[in-house]
Design a protein around this ligand. Structure first.
Ligand SMILES: *Cc1c(COP(=O)(O)O)cnc(C)c1O
Length: 219
């Protein structure tokens, strides 16, 4: 048996996860063949960060795959994924949410969304503040989107800081969940920090390199 095959990596990872945790296998930059390998092993949930790449893969792969958009979304590209996307993790403005609603309506769908909250102290990360998120949760009455939780990315830094950042988001989630039963998903944790995220109450992790190996961006 190959040691670092996609199948073995998945197997090893899934053993560490309770049934309450959803594993999104982040397949961005990896070929169809790698996704097919995970699929053959029984995995059905994949995440991509570029809409065009996700569309191309969706077209070529079995239709029972759940595609998650985990990257930053440009408003003008929502239409391309609206027919099939299962969950959009990176909703960071009301403008984007409205566009998703509009495109979902055209496809007679309700699209599930997570509000991306800026938890990292780093300047480069996308996301909204807690206040913006709460305002959207309390005011929006769009019919073709359903906000089912929050997503956050921690800093690339010390375990202590990462842990604090995840804890912040987890607290916001627990608090908002009390008045809003639709909130069920807390998406936080990647290859390097999913263990910390799980300790802080994450129930959806987005893992790429620990499953598919390192990404090669130079192609
Ligand atoms: C690429 C990416 C991941 C996965 O990263 P790995 O370190 O390869 O596990 C998770 N979340 C987002 C938003 C990403 O862009």
């Amino acid at each position: 048996m190959e040691k670092n095959s996609v199948k073995n990596n998945l197997q090893k990872l899934k053993k560490q996860l309770s049934e309450k945790v959803t594993l999104v296998a982040v397949s961005k930059t990896h070929p169809i063949s790698s996704i097919q390998e995970a699929y053959n092993y029984g995995h059905r949930i994949f995440g991509e960060n570029k809409i065009q790449e996700m569309v191309t893969k969706w077209e070529q792969l079995p239709k029972d795959i759940e595609w998650h958009m985990i990257g930053h979304v440009q408003t003008n590209k929502v239409k391309y994924m609206a027919p099939f996307v299962h969950l959009i993790h990176g909703v960071d403005s009301f403008k984007l949410l409205s566009e998703i609603d509009k495109q979902a309506a055209k496809n007679n769908r309700v699209i599930n969304c997570l509000l991306q909250i800026k938890i990292a102290k780093e300047e480069t990360k996308f996301g909204m503040t807690e206040e913006e998120a709460i305002t959207i949760l309390n005011q929006q009455n769009l019919k073709n989107v359903k906000i089912i939780g929050f997503m956050g990315m921690a800093s690339f830094s010390s375990e202590d800081l990462v842990s604090q950042e995840f804890e912040c988001l987890s607290k916001l989630f627990e608090k908002q969940k009390r008045n809003n039963p639709s909130l069920t998903v807390l998406s936080m944790g990647m290859s390097g920090d999913y263990k910390i995220a799980l300790n802080k109450g994450s129930n959806m992790i987005r893992v790429g390199s620990a499953i598919f190996g390192n990404r090669n961006y130079s192609k």
